[in-house]
Design a protein around this ligand. Structure first.
Ligand SMILES: NC(=O)C1=CN([C@@H]2O[C@H](COP(=O)(O)OP(=O)(O)OC[C@H]3O[C@@H](n4cnc5c(N)ncnc54)[C@H](O)[C@@H]3O)[C@@H](O)[C@H]2O)C=CC1
Ligand SMILES: O=C(CO)COP(=O)(O)O
Length: 346
């Protein structure tokens, strides 16, 4: 570990002016690190430096006065030991391209829970391509930004093949309400974060249609089987799905009205269109894009994903919710605990 990273003070750049970037900037600045948060809007950066509130994304919370918000990318990354990227997946590549040639040997971690359209790359794959020479990891777990701002006790996972990176990130972020575990299964941790958003949309939809706790429990459990089946086919370690970044994140996102993915599903259940639901939210709900990408990839790989297929039929093909649900419920009987990659041959 380099000396600044093993000491109590380092320089952190947070790329992204949304809810999660702000929550992580707040933790690191409160711990005494030098923190610069990059956001596109100069107005938003100026307002944050003046009032210490991210008025657009987290208006209810005051953030540390020690965060310097800036719309100047170069200023944000200058001298940073750790760069945290909290940018929606759609814009991730275009932003991290700007780090090329400027982050050799630096720690660069993604917090983004999505998959890139066209390539099916995860965000750390993009980092490897666009920022060669950087030390790369992913942070993922049951981490609702608003609960972190409210200092609710929370845990997360830093995943990387690079042990020193994991240790450094644990040291930099760990505090009395935020505990950081490490994991070597970068792919599984990152895939879990992306996949759980799909099931959160289903959970929101089911809840707004009047379904109850039995329904959500079924969804979470069968969703976990389905997402692990998919991720393991793609190269993940199945054990990762029993951890915070797997079942942990799935539970929080399927159970909380603070989840934007849950809220998109809820709005759909109220009869709103996908466009209306996303517009009302005004923030990113990654599960909407991930759904069609995963559905196509699962077909290509021959992975059985009935919940993904059902949600796709409802929100992207306009099929009737009750008919799709009824067809799913009336499928052939299955065993409870199985771990087959493909459906049993009939
Ligand atoms: N909010 C949460 O509770 C958590 C979010 N995440 C993940 O973190 C990622 C970011 O999420 P949030 O911060 O919550 O999103 P958000 O919707 O609150 O904010 C997104 C931010 O990205 C910025 N942005 C969008 N396109 C950009 C571009 N082309 N260039 C520069 N900035 C751009 C927006 O201006 C905004 O500041 C997502 O992938 C999300 O899944 C992960 C854990 C928790
Ligand atoms: O990933 C999250 C919690 O861990 C945030 O979920 P949403 O993007 O659905 O709000």
């Amino acid at each position: 570990m380099t000396s600044s990273l093993s000491s109590n003070h380092c320089t952190v750049a947070v790329l992204g002016g949304g809810s999660f970037g702000t929550a992580l900037a707040d933790i690191t600045a409160t711990k005494g690190h030098t923190v610069r948060q990059w956001m596109r809007s100069k107005e938003q950066a100026d307002a944050m430096n003046r009032a210490h509130i991210n008025t657009r994304y987290l208006p209810e919370y005051e953030v540390s006065e020690k965060i310097t918000a800036t719309s100047d990318f170069d200023e944000a990354i200058d001298g940073a030991d750790l760069i945290i990227v909290a940018i929606p997946s759609k814009a991730f590549r275009s932003v991290v391209k700007r780090l090329k040639g400027r982050a050799e040997g630096k720690l660069v971690i993604s917090t983004t829970k999505g998959v890139e359209a066209g390539t099916f790359d995860l965000m750390t794959d993009i980092l490897h391509q666009e920022v060669p020479g950087a030390r790369i990891g992913v942070l993922s777990g049951p981490n609702l930004a608003k609960e972190i701002m409210a200092k609710c006790i929370t845990a997360t996972v830093i995943a990387s093949e690079d042990d020193e990176l994991c240790q450094a990130v644990q040291t930099i972020l760990h505090c009395d309400y935020f505990r950081v575990y490490s994991n070597h299964d970068r792919y599984g941790v990152e895939m879990g974060g992306a996949l759980k958003n799909i099931y959160a949309i289903v959970a929101g939809l089911a809840t707004s249609l009047g379904m109850g706790d039995n329904t959500r429990s079924m969804l979470i459990t069968r969703g976990l089987a389905e997402m692990s089946r998919f991720a393991v086919t793609m190269g993940a370690n199945p054990m990762t799905f029993l951890g915070l970044s797997g079942v942990g994140d799935l539970i929080v996102t399927c159970e909380s009205k603070l989840s934007r993915n849950f809220r998109v599903g809820y709005a759909l259940g109220e009869g709103k269109t996908l466009k209306q639901a996303e517009q009302e939210l005004g923030q990113v709900a990654e599960g909407v894009n991930t759904l069609s990408l995963v559905r196509d990839k699962a077909r290509e790989k021959g992975v059985y994903m009935p919940i993904v297929d059902g949600l796709y039929a409802i929100i992207l093909e306009g099929q009737d919710i009750r008919e799709v649900t009824s067809t799913m419920m009336m499928r052939e009987q299955k065993t409870d605990v199985e771990f087959s990659v493909r459906p049993p041959a009939n």
